[in-house]
Design a protein around this ligand. Sequence first.
Ligand SMILES: [Zn+2]
Ligand SMILES: [Zn+2]
Length: 505
Amino acid sequence: MKRIVILFFILPLMGMIAQAQTENTPRVVVIGIDGLIPDQLDEVFTPHIDALKKRGAWTHRAKAVVPTSSNQNWSSMFYGATPDKHKMFPEEYAQSPTCSGYDKAFPSLFKLVKEKYQEGDVAAFYEWRHFRKLFLKNDFDKRRNVPLLTRVNSKLAGRHIVKSDLPILTFVHLDKTDIKGHKHGYGSEKYQRAIYQCDQAVGDIVKALEKKGILDETYILVVSDHGGKDKGHGGDSPEERHIPWILAGPDVQENYLMTGEINIYDTAPTIAKLLGVKVPDCWEGKVLEEPFVQPGLMQYENKIKAVKKLLPVLDKPGNLAKANQLMYEIESLESEYKWKQKPLEQLREKISVKTREANLRNVKVGNMAPDISFPDPEGKVRSLSDLKGKVVLLQFWASWCGPCRKENPYLVSAYNKYKEKGFEIFSVSLDSQKSFERWKKAIEKDGLVWPNHVSDLNSWNSKPAREYGVESIPAIFLVDQQGKIVASMLRDVEIDAEVGKLLLK
Ligand SMILES: [Zn+2]
Ligand SMILES: [Zn+2]
């Protein structure tokens, strides 16, 4: 009896775990465009590859191995090593070198991924038939040769992605570019036309991932095996050696041009890492870090996302607190991530406009005065709300503000005249840490003898000034016995008159 109970308990749990693993398993699609000179992407209309660049990290300066031949480079890409090491030439497994920990053949990325994910699909759709000589048939769950039919190939691969329960690793090889390059010249009009078609094929793959609902969680890598010069390749000229390396995916930097060194044989280790596959010692490539959002930056990105999500909330009235909170969030990000200011600046601008609007809606004559609670120069916290029952003049000023200092005598005279009759002044200074001493001296010098002097020492970033929508100083508000704002923008002699009127009520 006991045993049955336990089984009932465990079985649903096991189901949950298995499901979670499938859901969290990353997927990788590698699209290899044969003989693609990366800078040609700037010459040809390639909206789908452009979109991937925008979503991801990319370079036109990754490097193929020499000789810049197809078999050497596709091998280096998926064996994670230089030709000297993987020795996939002349396309014979008989000569395959050993790799410690792996009996028989030198392990390809396909083999290792297939081994790790028994339930997933490792597939290759390739136009160039020699591709099959470079890798063992057993390394794949599915391997299709679709000669010279670019869009048929991409659509077949797309269908596979949609149908497969777990398309863990899919390689799509597009050959049209290289064929047109050999025939008409790399960079020729027909070659460029082929690039356009390959880009459309990239679009087919993206569409399939979208249809399957896994576009956001899939890594898409667009690469090439080599470039070309005149009507061939094989040498080590920049035109032949430079290849594109364009990666988009979950934690990949957005719209990010990589400047670090990338070799074609870094591809396998980097994908292995993404898929949680152990990188064999015999692989020479390194796991690339540059394309990915760094852990610290990840936090930053998440915070930015959270802030962006909250932005529309600010349009609704009554969200002042939220608006101010967002502003502080942005400021803390700005001080924490000093090297990533640009997106923050734009965001700050947006929020500050909205915050200002919200503050202006909130702080106006007839509304209750928001509380202000900050330390005085001695560190004692003083709150506006403690003065309830009195008529309060709320002053925003600073020691460095000439017009404020000129206005102070009017405040002093009103204070002396009315202080016994239920009048108080609450002074908020926009001084900074730097002008702290000057603030204290100005209070003394101008004879501002009332006890309520506060500041967060943040200058123009003063929190209370922002909450009161103060954009220039001096700024003076009058608050009645109930804590309601009854006047704003008071000046000079108006002060005495208005305070007198209120006290008579
Ligand atoms: Zn090639
Ligand atoms: Zn070729």
